[in-house]
Design a binder for this molecule. Sequence first.
Ligand code: SF4
Length: 384
Amino acid sequence: MNEKSKLKLAQLRQYQSLSLNGVERLSEIRIREALDRFENQAYVAFSGGLNSTILLDMVWKINPNIPAVFVDTGLEYPEIREFVKTYGDRVTWIKPEMSFAEVIKKYGFPVASKQVSDYVHRVRHTKSDQVRRRHLKGENADGSPSRMSQLAIKWQPLINAPFECSHRCCHIMKVKPFHQYFKKERRYPLIGTMAGESRSRLIDYMKSGCNAFDKKDPQSRPMMFWTHQHCLEYLRKYDLPICSVYGEQEFRDGEWVLTGEQRTGCMFCMFGVQFDEVNRFQRMYYTHPKQWNYCINTLGCGAVMDFIGVKYKPEGEQMAHTTVTKPPSPADQSRLKGISKAIEVVTKGKVPYVESNDRCQICDRPCVGKHCDYHKELIRNGDI
Ligand code: SF4
């Protein structure tokens, strides 16, 4: 890492350690800068999730005429769609040109990570030996090593899987509809992403900062230096309603936690599903059996997860693609509570909450080195 990057990272860490008032003030400055630069020709990319709910609140305090735009991909939790509807006509709904079913039929499933799906797709469809060598052996054309381009050994069996993998889903379902909105309205996006959410977002922040006016697609990300705790504190400070799928907020071990889903996003996405001890499909089995049935049995996500060895039913259940026809019974509901408890225990066991001033460079959680255990594993596997 060069000196400039080190300074930028140190500055990010400093911002992330600010109080809520501090990050709020900074974000307000960034939002005002962006609205000035875009001459108010802007919109908030609204997903109904925590971050964009907060961003929308901050933006509307400054300029209530800025529109919010929601992409109705058909992949959101039903509760998220209902929550977005509560904003009435203040939110513009747009749709992708294809459904998720059409995307996976035409291009393939999003599996493991964007990079893994992309490499698998390329190797399966290339006629070039050089491309195959680069992604399978991690070798450049001149024979020099290219480790970052290598598909991790554990994912190489996907090359011969009886289904296709592709990274194109996000582009078709999310990026393209926003591009089309831009073309029609000539409005630039304000987006509620945070650098601590993933390595790619951290890298993006390091390159372009919050207000990325020089990017090919100019945009503003005024919450880049926020942490999850800042978000939860903001919700409490302003008593801002959030989608019911997140559950309640509780104060435990010195920090605020959500009792429901921690992140929402696309219900049927298999990116990152291999890392969760209790993954979203296992929770969905109880909470959204109809959607579970559709994605596991009708769309075929069950067969994909069988292939990669990821469970999609709670432990102890039969693993075949059995059809769930009934809503969860009271006994199942109470087991669901047990699953939430398990997630808590597992999360605490996996991420070392040690007394340390060192923070993971990606998610800012406490760690004993550069990254917490979770992100160390992602990096080791070549998934981020
Ligand atoms: S997050 Fe996953 S399911 Fe959602 S659009 Fe992107 S690839 Fe598709």
